[in-house]
Ligand binder design. Structure first.
Ligand code: CA
Ligand code: CA
Length: 375
């Protein structure tokens, strides 16, 4: 029997191998391509990639009842192994009080304000966004089928598509026409069926829904971070700063995160080293040891979306009890200051839990370090 311990070991070994290779290759918009003029200066359509927001959805994309994934038979209890080196890329985030949100919101409608006192318990956070390699091992071990695969489509930035796929497009998102639902786009085919991830196994997995992220984290004996935990981890002890490293976007003229340079959505110059997504190991860590906590891909959190926050002290807040959307944090490689200035720790956006897109991934948290990581 192939045990969960075997697969987790493979994740560890192969992850290290891949990271040491340090792929510098990034996929993204082809330089110089021409796209429709952006009509809304306040947003990159961060929240536009929800499934119900597709115009004229094709009936063939109607959700089928998901098959029961066989993954949960691979429980830690059933497959516990004595010892796996403590190298599975989690860092301890100290408990304590911090200031969440901001009194100087850029997007008031997003509920970035007010600044409020929040206390969280100590927890652990993945150092990296979840990679294609890690997600592939999860899928191989469990047979898990993502929601994008079940629906048959996912949102892709139009500029990343081949001419062949572009010629087949019929739908777009009205508020963000650079987002298009593409048949056959999923985590293995980020730019549609004629693309693959073979040279991008150290890139963040994308086209994963909130439900997919929860399934992966559960299998890893982890969970998604709450929004408060995510923001605590992002700020890394810095008080009321815009970014994890401070208030200046490029201290010493160095980029600290993978965002968009150039005229969005027409041209991404990759001045920060990466047009499109980049390896999860790129860019310096923040003071808590986290990579790409802002930029590269948006990250799902556990919380339901809400925009009203009381100013009083909260202890381990978990967001509204219910809702339609889940909170995502950190912005992505598509963010610019002019469009989607959301690569700030206080910034936030939302999608329905079954939605997926080419700029949306996740990382896991844990209240206790999983046993397979402990030394
Ligand atoms: Ca970039
Ligand atoms: Ca990120």
């Amino acid at each position: 029997m192939v045990t969960k311990g075997y697969w987790v070991s493979l994740v560890v070994v192969l992850s290290l191998t891949a990271f040491s290779l340090g792929s510098e290759e990034c996929q993204g918009m082809k330089n110089g391509e021409t796209k429709p003029e952006a009509s809304d200066g306040s947003t990159c359509g961060c929240a536009a990639t929800s499934r119900q927001k597709i115009e004229n959805p094709d009936s063939s994309t109607t959700k089928e009842e998901p098959e029961e994934a066989p993954n949960f038979k691979y429980t830690l209890e059933a497959n516990r192994v004595p010892s796996i080196p403590n190298i599975h890329h989690m860092v301890k985030i100290p408990g304590g009080e911090f200031i969440m949100g901001t009194n100087e919101p850029v997007f008031e409608a997003d509920g970035e304000h007010p600044a409020r006192r929040v206390k969280v318990k100590e927890f652990y956070m993945d150092t990296y966004e979840v990679s294609n390699m890690a997600f592939e091992l999860f899928v191989k071990a469990t047979g898990y089928k993502t929601e994008a695969e079940t629906f048959g489509d996912s949102f892709v930035l139009e500029g990343e598509l081949s001419e062949a796929i572009r010629s087949t497009l019929t739908n777009a998102v009205a508020a963000a026409p650079w987002w298009v639902p593409v048949k056959g786009a999923d985590w293995r085919h980020p730019e549609g069926p004629d693309s693959n991830i073979s040279d991008r196994m150290d890139h963040p997995v994308v086209h994963v829904s909130w439900n997919d992220a929860v399934a992966y984290c559960k299998w890893m004996d982890k969970r998604l971070p709450t929004e408060a935990e995510w923001e605590r981890a992002c700020r890394a002890g810095k008080r009321e700063r815009l970014f994890p490293w401070g208030n200046k976007l490029t201290p010493k003229d160095e980029f600290r995160a993978n965002i968009w340079q150039g005229e969005f959505p027409n041209f991404d110059s990759g001045e920060d080293g990466y047009p499109g997504r980049c390896p999860i190991t790129a860019f310096p860590t923040n003071d808590y040891g986290l990579k790409n906590i802002v930029g590269n891909v948006w990250e799902w959190t556990a919380d339901w979306w809400g925009i009203s926050h009381s100013p009083g002290l909260k202890v381990d807040p978990r967001g509204p009890k219910s809702g339609e959307d889940k909170v995502k944090k950190g912005g992505s490689y598509m963010c610019t200051k002019e469009y989607c200035y959301r690569y700030r720790c206080a910034a936030r956006s939302q999608n329905t839990p079954d939605s997926s897109a080419g700029n949306l991934g996740f990382r896991c948290a844990a209240s206790q370090l999983p046993d397979y990581i402990k030394e």
